[in-house]
Design a protein around this ligand. Structure first.
Ligand code: SF4
Ligand code: SF4
Length: 845
């Protein structure tokens, strides 16, 4: 659906993915600018821009791709911006600036277009750091500078023709042609000179025509050309890199125009090779040879040369009239096609006129029907796409010995060469092809000259090379940005709002593969048993003392052990989890529980009994859940039984709903999982399960891989695994949007955000903030203060802060100590924190 925007209107920002901030820093955000865009315009630079946009976006190596182009709608105001999207990829936003009433010779600086461009740039998100221009004709030569001013972006320009060197764009003299002034039509221009441009290409077309004003008008156009070329050079100074698709063009821009060689990179066009395959041309030796022409019916394309050459052949060799035919593909032109058709009729040559075709049909509609492709352009062509396309399909090309055409065809190897702009020479070459039918087979063997496999460059490799170029150009900029970025300073609370107590880390009836303590890969419980050390159980008095100290200072809730199963708690004096529940009631604080969902306990309570005990004090309960299938769930959570887990969860939800219906505070229910390779394919199903049961939240964390046996489970270990994770995130987010909970709300997905695939050193967004420091506290079974939930051995690297059981220490003393304040202020300098997956990117705090 297109939207119309006034030029001063605010444009809704686009591309708001949660990963966009991360990706903005390390992946280029690309804005492509061209004077037209398909389907409105379908010439070379337009089709190239679209192909590039779609492939850049599909590569996932860019953080965003957007387009600014023009349209020509005479029924709307000029300089209205219309937002639409690419016809093949709706995630690519296109902003079309209407420019319908150009002067007979358009402005090279257009302040209105420039204003629109700046306005758009200011509102694009993520902010482009690469602006890649295709053509500035009909736009404004000031746009490269505006891209620098507004975006501080690197600017690239693909040289599709000579428009920067020649005001007419093709080095074809375009003024009035007449014997009166001894001027032939479309002479090849030997080089740009202001006065020559004015006299040969401008005054005879854009002047009053009166003799009296001739000199004045000549002066005016000379001045105009001079101003234009001056402005072009200013724009070129702003451009960081030019792309030349042919060596010929690269050489002319360096040798004749004086661009610095290091600023003109040769990069051939890339092609979608999948649509240039399976050519089947069936003909017998005596069938007439078919010569195809593809393109506009325009004089610069030399189509008339082909017809004249054919005429010469039938005149000099009437016996050959049935030995060849010509097929012309392309949109008829109201000013030229009639003349061409009349010319062909008079000459008595067999010509078929066929309409335009979709590029995806080029093999079937064109290359299956022809034996040779003829490219007879009379201008100094750059790097004709049709030559490449024909070569990929092994169709020999007949073209001129000039410019980018001769660069692609070697006479007698992959085609035939004639003298540029010479009808007789073209006729001779076509004659040669007709008289030597065996030549066709030989020339069909060899495709593209510059690759070992004779294939033209693929669009994929072309895009990869461009991305490398973008990355090189933006490298310093990115590093500067990354170095500059720091997380916001943490504002510490006066007391912890939540405290986690490691009540009974050695008790668990399951053995999850990733559990630091109870995994079959963990040495800890085995070592404890061998050393005959008693299970660690926190003295209930520690919990009581800490809660008593902090309940009035801001403590809102406590979390009993997240290591081990908390419902199994029983201290040395026989106090159990029910005493913790009572403590919460006494101090009016909430309980936040993480359980393995088995409801196994020394008391032998059923899930129903536990639910009734817990419901009055619970804020949230997290059920560990690591698979949607029995196999995965029971493989990850060894000793669990999926059907029992499911029964317990369903019963708990039923009782929660009963309490909610009675008007009690609604307890939120969470499925908690560890994101790993083993359960990655099932995570979307877990989300669906949660939604269907009425779970409020799915929360997960990436794996802390404590043991070498599970290192391969880490989804953050490679670009490929991160890519798969990112796909999963997108799928889960779509599911959450699509299917609502029975309450009509959307399920909450916590920590489901995309990671940067090309992360290198930047796996964690540099502005990510630790969610725990200054907000929450951990007390281990012996009373030791810990700053977070990192694995025990690793969190010791953050320092030693004290023990609430020591006679001279309390939790609040530790909370306000210099050691803890120092960690809060400097955590980003600790290696553990630098790559800590608990840190949250700015958008997700
Ligand atoms: S005279 Fe000037 S405008 Fe004309 S073709 Fe030559 S360079 Fe281009
Ligand atoms: S390791 Fe992570 S959670 Fe712990 S203090 Fe550092 S950033 Fe915070």
């Amino acid at each position: 659906m297109a939207r119309f925007l006034g030029i001063s209107g605010k444009i809704n920002r686009v591309c708001f993915s949660t990963s966009s901030i991360i990706q903005t820093i390390t992946k280029p955000s690309v804005l492509l600018v061209n004077h037209g865009y398909p389907p409105l315009f379908n010439a070379g630079s337009e089709v190239y821009t679209q192909t590039l946009a779609v492939r850049l976006n599909r590569s996932r190596k860019t953080s965003a791709v957007s387009i600014i182009a023009r349209e020509q709608n005479p029924f709307r105001d000029d300089f209205i911006i219309r937002q639409t999207q690419d016809e093949h990829d709706s995630t690519i936003p296109i902003f079309l600036i209407n420019h319908a009433r150009e002067a007979p010779y358009q402005r090279f600086v257009n302040t209105d277009i420039d204003h629109c461009f700046k306005n758009l740039c200011q509102n694009l998100y993520p902010k482009p750091n690469i602006v890649h221009f295709g053509h500035l004709n009909h736009l404004s030569l000031t746009l490269p500078q505006s891209a620098k001013d507004i975006l501080n972006a690197k600017v690239i320009y693909t040289l599709h023709d000579y428009w920067l060197m020649c005001p007419r764009g093709q080095f074809l003299i375009n003024g009035v042609a007449s014997t009166f002034i001894n001027q032939k039509p479309y002479e090849l221009c030997t080089g740009q000179e202001d006065k020559k441009c004015a006299s040969k290409c401008f005054t005879s077309r854009f002047a009053t025509g009166t003799t009296i004003n001739k000199d004045r008008e000549m002066d005016y156009w000379t001045w105009w050309i001079n101003e234009r070329m001056h402005t072009v050079r200013q724009a070129c100074d702003t451009i960081d890199m030019f792309i030349a698709p042919s060596l010929h063009l690269q050489k002319r821009f360096i040798d004749e125009f004086g661009l610095p060689p290091e600023k003109v990179k040769y990069l051939p066009y890339g092609f979608d090779r999948s649509i240039l395959s399976n050519r089947r041309r069936i003909r017998s030796l005596n069938d007439p040879l078919v010569f195809g022409y593809i393109g506009r019916h325009a004089p610069s394309k030399g189509i008339n040369l082909l017809l004249e050459a054919a005429q010469q052949i039938v005149q000099t060799h009437p016996d050959l009239i049935n030995r060849f035919s010509i097929v012309i593909y392309g949109r008829p032109d109201s000013t030229t096609t009639n003349y061409l058709q009349t010319m062909a009729k008079i000459a008595g040559i067999l010509i078929e006129w066929r309409s335009e075709y979709k590029n995806s049909e080029i093999v079937e509609r064109v290359f299956n029907q022809v034996d040779y492709i003829v490219v007879p352009s009379i201008w100094d062509e750059n790097s004709p796409l049709v030559i490449h396309e024909a070569q990929q399909c092994r169709v020999p090309v007949i073209t001129a010995d000039h410019g980018g055409m001769s660069e692609l065809v070697k006479d007698g190897v992959n085609g035939l060469i004639f003298t540029h702009r010479n009808v007789s020479s073209l006729a001779q070459v076509i004659l040669q092809a007709i008289q030597q039918p065996d030549l066709l087979d030989k020339l069909s063997q060899h495709g593209y000259l510059y690759s070992n496999d004779k294939q033209v460059p693929s669009i994929e490799s072309h895009v990869d090379q461009l991305i490398d170029l973008y990355s090189t150009l933006t490298k310093n900029h990115v590093e500067e940005q990354v170095n500059h970025l720091q997380p916001k300073p943490i504002e510490s609370l006066s007391a912890p709002r939540r405290i986690t107590f490691d009540t009974n880390p050695d008790d668990c009836n399951f053995s999850c593969i990733m559990c630091e303590q109870h995994s079959e890969h963990s040495p800890h419980q085995k070592a404890r048993k061998e050393a005959k050390i008693r299970r660690r159980r926190m003295d209930f008095d520690i919990i009581k003392q800490v809660v008593a100290e902090t309940a009035s200072l801001g403590l809102q809730e406590i979390i009993p052990s997240t290591m081990g199963e908390p419902l199994m708690y029983r201290d040395a004096k026989g106090r159990t989890f029910e005493d913790i529940i009572k403590l919460c009631r006494d101090y009016n604080i909430k309980l936040n529980l993480t359980t393995n969902g088995s409801f196994f306990s020394p008391q032998g309570h059923s899930v129903t009994e536990w639910a009734h005990l817990l419901m009055p004090v619970l804020s949230d309960i997290k059920f560990s859940w690591n698979g949607s299938t029995k196999t995965t769930q029971e493989l990850v959570m060894k000793n669990s039984k999926l059907d029992k887990q499911l029964k317990n969860l369903t019963e708990f939800i039923r009782i929660r709903d009963e309490y909610t219906d009675k008007g009690d505070n609604r307890v939120s229910i969470t499925l908690q999982l560890t994101f790993m390779e083993i359960n990655l394919p099932e995570i979307p199903e877990i989300v669906k399960l949660g939604i269907s049961l009425g779970v409020d939240r799915i929360k997960g964390h990436h794996l802390w891989a404590h043991f070498k046996q599970i290192k391969d489970q880490n989804l953050r270990r490679s670009p490929e695994s991160i890519h798969r994770w990112n796909q999963c995130v997108i799928e889960c987010q779509n599911i959450a949007r699509q299917y609502l909970l029975p309450t009509g709300k959307q399920i909450k997905l916590e920590n489901f955000f995309e990671l940067n695939e090309q992360s290198g050193p930047f796996t964690i967004h540099p502005q990510s903030v630790c969610p725990f420091l200054g907000k929450e506290a951990w007390i281990n079974h012996s009373g030791r203060f810990d700053p977070c939930c990192a694995p025990d051995q690793e969190r010791l690297s953050l320092g030693s802060f004290g023990n609430v059981q020591n006679s001279n220490e309390t939790l609040m003393k530790i909370w306000t100590s210099d050691a803890y304040k120092n960690l809060i202020n400097n955590y980003t300098k600790y290696s553990l924190c630098q790559n800590c997956n608990m840190r949250k990117p700015p958008e997700l705090k």
